[in-house]
Each structure stands twice: as structure tokens, then as C-alpha cells.
Ligand binder design. Structure first.
Ligand code: TXA
Ligand code: MG
Length: 337
């Protein structure tokens, strides 16, 4: 791929070009008030797969979907009272809310790593706002650095790390905050901080009308607590999030009676004719397409009556590493919970 074009973030023509690139499934790096984001059309699974590939992320840690305003965010997720309070108090700003996906949520399964929740953020930067408004849909954006590097806070950092894989870098100078947003889980009765960030624990506790948030954990704040602390949760590490109800067999060479087939590249698998269901992750052997389809495929094959999902071997290079990582988690022996 050719190297990225560096365009001024305050130029309306550059914003229009960047929005058009997103609509074509290409990657656009843009400044937010926290760090630069590596943006892609959240509704386009293949574009989302490109984000993981560009970062060299070893696993599909779920991504934050960015929206232009609160109303747009409320179309993607279901906000309880705490989420509404926090959105009103901190958006636009460096806060990410994890909420249940709405029935009409457009964010691709790959971006939420197959979870029923979605992480939403309305960033406070004029360039980000202009881009999100011009594009008109949710944009996923992890920090615009290669996996393992520190987050990118200037356009030059982005160009160094990702110059070959992004179409456009919108240069808005150094970001104001430089550390990522605070991630708050609002899927349950009590809000929890999943990742500390630019909005402090105390600010969140004050907004929610609780005395403390994070000093004693569950039960430390009896009665009063609309929020509690918790250990930092990395959902990408929790096997059960990825496990379908049916068991999963890996590297299969034949489909057994009652099994569904998870295929790749149209492999000829004995027993496929009798399979309960078949999903080919990528008939053309594209790992990008396979990554985009993975969580959707596992859901589609996980039907009542299917005894197991039989998965053929998937190449291990590039995005294949993450695909195999997720398949291994899906196949791992299950705990009771
Ligand atoms: O400031 C930021 O948040 C930057 C800018 C670009 O917006 N973005 C960012 O994204 O830091 P990323 O992908 O590096 O971090 C996303 C965090 C991860 O810790 C991930 O586990 C969590 O959000 N996350 C995303 N979706 C989630 C979900 N459905 N449930 C729980 N955690 C989720
Ligand atoms: Mg990051």
C-alpha cells in the first residue's frame, strides 16, 4: 500500500476526503483530545479487520465506537440512568461508556469482539467532531500506534507506526490529553471502572452522587452505591465471552453427525454435505474477511441441536494468529460459570 497522506485537520476539504475514505472501508487516523485514533467504519467488518491487522494486535480486544454527539450514541446502545448521567456530564469528552448494544446497533461483531455490549465515546476535539459529523456513522478507533508501542499523540507518531496502512492522517498537532479515555461499564446495576483514564474516579463518583468509587469495592458503600470499583477487566482475556453454547472442535478433517462446519477457503471436508450448517469464513482465503466474519459465524453456527462446531485449520500468520487465538478460547474446556 502507498504511504499515508498527511492533511491538515482544520481544513474542511480534508475532512470531506477523510470521510469519503472511511466510507470506502479505508483507515483514517485522526486527533481526539486524548490520543490519535486509528479510525474505520464501525459497521464494515472488513474495515474493522484492517484496524486489527494494521496495529498488529495479537487478539481482538474490543474497540470503542466514536460518535459525533449523544443522540447518535444513543442509537447504538441502551443507556441506563448512570450512563445517561455520565454522558450528560462528560460528553463530549474523554469518557467511554460500555452499554448493552441497541437492537439497531450498527457496530460490527468483530469490533465488539462478539460481546452483547458496545463501547461508545463522543470525543471532544473539533477535528474528530467534524470527521464524525461528515461521515455520519460510528467510527471505531483504537489508539493509532502499533500494538506494544505507546499511544500516538502526534501525527508524526502515527506516520512512523502506521504510515503504510492508513489512507489519510489528519494532522491536528499534539493531542490535548495524551492518555486514553476512562472506560466505565454501565451494563449492570452499578457502574464500574474498567480502565482508568482521563476522567478521574472521583469525578465519576461525584457525577453519580456516590461518596467514593473505588476505595472499597462491592459492599463498601452499602445502600448508597450506584457505582463500585472493580479490578481492571480486559474482556479480550475472558474465554467465556467468546464461547458459543455448542462445543468447538479445531483442525477437523471430517464433519461428524450433528456437527456444524466452520470452513475456510472452500476446503473439501468429508461429511460437509450432512453438516447441520456450514459457514465459510472466507471462500477466497482472505484472513481479513475471515476475521471480519469470525464472531458472526460462531453465532450463526451455534444453533439448538448442533452438537459441536467443527472448525477446519486456519492459517496462523497475520490476522490468523488472532483468529486462532479466539477459536482456541472458544474450544477451551469450560468452567461452570
Ligand atoms: O481515548 C481513547 O479511548 C482512545 C481514543 C482514540 O478514543 N481509544 C482507545 O481505544 O484507547 P483502545 O482500543 O485502545 O481501548 C479500548 C478499551 C479497551 O480497554 C477495551 O477492552 C475496552 O475499551 N472495551 C471496548 N469495548 C468494550 C466492551 N464491549 N466491554 C468492555 N470493555 C470494552
Ligand atoms: Mg491502545
Amino acid at each position: 500500500m502507498t504511504s499515508a497522506r498527511l492533511l491538515p485537520a482544520d481544513d474542511p476539504a480534508a475532512i470531506r476526503e477523510a470521510a469519503a475514505a472511511l466510507a470506502q472501508g479505508r483507515l483514517v487516523a485522526f486527533p481526539t483530545e486524548t490520543v490519535y485514533g486509528l479510525g474505520a467504519d464501525a459497521a464494515n467488518g472488513r474495515a474493522v479487520a484492517r484496524v486489527y491487522a494494521a496495529k498488529g494486535r495479537p487478539s481482538f480486544n474490543p474497540l470503542i465506537a466514536h460518535l459525533a454527539n449523544v443522540e447518535a450514541a444513543e442509537r447504538e446502545g441502551m443507556f441506563n440512568a448512570a450512563a445517561k448521567t455520565l454522558a450528560a456530564r462528560f460528553w463530549p469528552g474523554p469518557l467511554t461508556l460500555v452499554v448493552p448494544r441497541s437492537p439497531g446497533c450498527r457496530v460490527a461483531d468483530l469490533a465488539t469482539a462478539g460481546l452483547d455490549s458496545v463501547a461508545l465515546r463522543v470525543p471532544d476535539s473539533s477535528a474528530a467532531h467534524a470527521l464524525l459529523s461528515a461521515f455520519g456513522g460510528p467510527v471505531v478507533a483504537p489508539s493509532a500506534n502499533r500494538s506494544g508501542h505507546v499511544s500516538a499523540t502526534t501525527a508524526a507518531h502515527v506516520a512512523d507506526d502506521l504510515g503504510d496502512s492508513v489512507a489519510i492522517i489528519l494532522d491536528g498537532g499534539a493531542t490535548k490529553i495524551g492518555i486514553e479515555s476512562t472506560v466505565v461499564d454501565c451494563t449492570g446495576n452499578r457502574a464500574r471502572i474498567l480502565r482508568p483514564g482521563a476522567v478521574t474516579r472521583a469525578q465519576i463518583a461525584t457525577a453519580l452522587g456516590v461518596e467514593t468509587l473505588g476505595t472499597g469495592g462491592l459492599g463498601a458503600n452499602p445502600g448508597a452505591s450506584a457505582a463500585h470499583t472493580d479490578a481492571v477487566v480486559a474482556p479480550g482475556m475472558l474465554a467465556s465471552h467468546y464461547a458459543p453454547a455448542a462445543s468447538v472442535r479445531l483442525g477437523v478433517r471430517e464433519v461428524r453427525p450433528g456437527e456444524a462446519l466452520l470452513n475456510f477457503a472452500g476446503a473439501a471436508v468429508p461429511g460437509a454435505q450432512e453438516a447441520a450448517a456450514v459457514f465459510d469464513l472466507s471462500p477466497t482465503a482472505s484472513l481479513e474477511e475471515a476475521a471480519a466474519n469470525l464472531f458472526t459465524a460462531l453465532r450463526a453456527l451455534d444453533r439448538p441441536g448442533v452438537t459441536a462446531i467443527a472448525a477446519v485449520a486456519i492459517p496462523g500468520e497475520g490476522l490468523g494468529e488472532a483468529i486462532n487465538d479466539r477459536l482456541r478460547r472458544a474450544a477451551a474446556p469450560r468452567d461452570k460459570n
